[in-house]
Design a protein around this ligand. Structure first.
Ligand code: PMV
Length: 320
C-alpha cells in the first residue's frame, strides 16, 4: 500500500495561460515544454485505514495548506472511498515561486498513488488526472520535449522528441525565493476576465505551437528561440494588462533579460523564458551553459543559479 515516485518540473516554451473550463481545469489552448533532469520532487504515498485523515509532509514539515489539492488528486486516482493517506514530499528546489514545483509534485503524486492503490493506469490517464489539478503538471509525466493539446473534453499529452535528441541546457536564475503574490490559477482567471489582450493571445497559440514543434523536430535553435521569447512576452503582456495588473517580475528579472539580450547580440545561442514568478530561465546549447550561468550570476539581485539538462518523465522509485 506504499509507493514512491519521482518527477521533475517542466518549463513551458509555448505557455499555458487561461482555462476553457475552470471546473475541470481544462486549458484554453495547447502548450509545449521541456522536462528538466536535475531539479526533482520525490513523493511517497502510503494508504492506511489507521490514519484519522490524510497527512501531508513537505520537506520534513507538516503542510496543511497544500493538503486539500493533494487529497482531491488522490480521490481522482484511487476513488473517494479510498483509505486515508500519508503523503511525504521532498524536493531540491523552492516551492510556489515560479519554478513549477506543483508540476513535479502532482506528476510524482499520481504515479505513486496509482501504484500504491494497485492500479495499472497508463501515463496519459495519469497525466489527465494530474492536469485536472495543476494544468502544467500533465506535461511532467513525459520526458524531453512535450506537447499538450486540448479540446472541450480532455487533453492529450506526448513526447515529441526525447531529451537525448536535442540536449539543451536550462540555466535558472532565482531572483526571489518567497511564494508568489497571486497563484497562477487565480491570475489566469483574472486575465481572461479583464485583459484586453486575452483573446488575441489565444488566437495566436496554434500558430506558435506549429512553429515551436517544427523548430524542435528540425532542431532549429534560432526558430525555437524567436517563437518562445515572443510567446513568453505575449503571456506577460496579457498579465500586465489585466485588472488589477499581475506583475511577477522584479528588477533582477529585467537585468537577467538584458544579460541574455547582450549574449544574443554577441552571437551566443541562448534565449529566455519566464513563468508565473520572477525567475528567469535561459535555454542554451550545452557548450554555452558556463558562460550563460556566469552572466546571470553577475546580475544584481540574482540569489542563485541552477543548471539542468533535459530529462525523463515521472517514474516509480524503489520504496525505501
Ligand atoms: O499549471 P499551473 O497552474 O501551475 O500554471 C502554469 C502556468 C505557467 O507556468 C505560467 C505556464 C506553463 O505553461 O507552465
Amino acid at each position: 500500500m506504499r509507493a514512491d515516485a519521482q518527477a521533475q518540473p517542466n518549463i513551458a516554451l509555448i505557455k499555458y495561460w487561461g482555462k476553457r473550463d475552470i471546473e475541470q481545469n481544462l486549458p484554453a489552448a495547447g502548450s509545449l515544454s521541456v522536462t528538466l533532469d536535475s531539479l526533482w520532487t520525490k513523493m511517497s504515498v502510503e494508504f492506511s485505514d489507521a490514519l484519522p485523515g490524510d497527512e501531508l509532509v513537505v520537506n520534513a514539515a507538516a503542510n496543511d495548506e497544500m493538503l486539500p489539492r493533494i487529497s482531491a488528486c488522490l480521490d481522482r486516482v484511487a476513488g473517494t472511498d479510498r483509505p486515508r493517506a500519508l503523503i511525504n514530499s521532498e524536493g531540491n528546489f523552492p516551492i510556489a515561486a515560479g519554478l513549477a514545483s506543483s508540476a513535479s509534485a502532482f506528476a510524482a503524486l499520481v504515479v505513486a498513488a496509482s501504484k500504491a492503490a494497485e492500479q495499472n493506469s497508463d501515463t496519459l490517464s495519469l497525466a489527465r488526472i494530474a492536469g485536472s489539478i495543476s494544468g502544467s503538471s500533465a506535461r511532467s509525466l513525459f520526458g524531453g520535449f512535450v506537447e499538450l493539446q486540448t479540446n472541450d473534453t480532455n487533453i492529450d499529452v506526448e513526447t515529441i522528441a526525447e531529451a537525448g535528441v536535442w540536449p539543451l541546457t536550462v540555466v535558472i536564475a532565482v531572483t526571489a525565493e518567497g511564494a508568489k503574490p497571486v497563484s497562477s490559477g487565480e491570475a489566469m482567471i483574472r486575465s481572461a476576465a479583464s485583459s484586453p489582450f486575452y483573446s488575441s493571445w489565444l488566437e495566436q497559440q496554434p500558430a506558435d505551437l506549429v512553429s515551436a514543434r517544427d523548430a524542435v523536430l528540425r532542431t532549429d535553435f534560432a526558430q525555437l528561440a524567436a517563437v518562445s521569447e515572443h510567446n513568453c512576452l505575449k503571456m506577460h503582456s496579457v498579465m500586465w494588462a489585466s485588472r488589477p495588473p499581475i506583475v511577477y517580475w522584479n528588477s533582477a528579472t529585467l537585468s537577467c533579460m538584458e544579460a541574455v539580450r547582450h549574449l544574443q547580440d554577441e552571437g551566443h545561442a541562448v534565449f529566455f523564458t519566464i513563468d508565473a514568478g520572477p525567475q528567469l530561465k535561459a535555454i542554451c546549447l550545452p557548450d554555452e551553459a558556463d558562460l550563460v550561468r556566469s552572466a546571470l550570476d553577475a546580475c544584481a539581485g540574482v540569489v542563485r543559479t541552477m543548471v539542468s539538462g533535459l530529462g525523463a518523465g515521472a517514474r516509480l522509485l524503489d520504496s525505501k
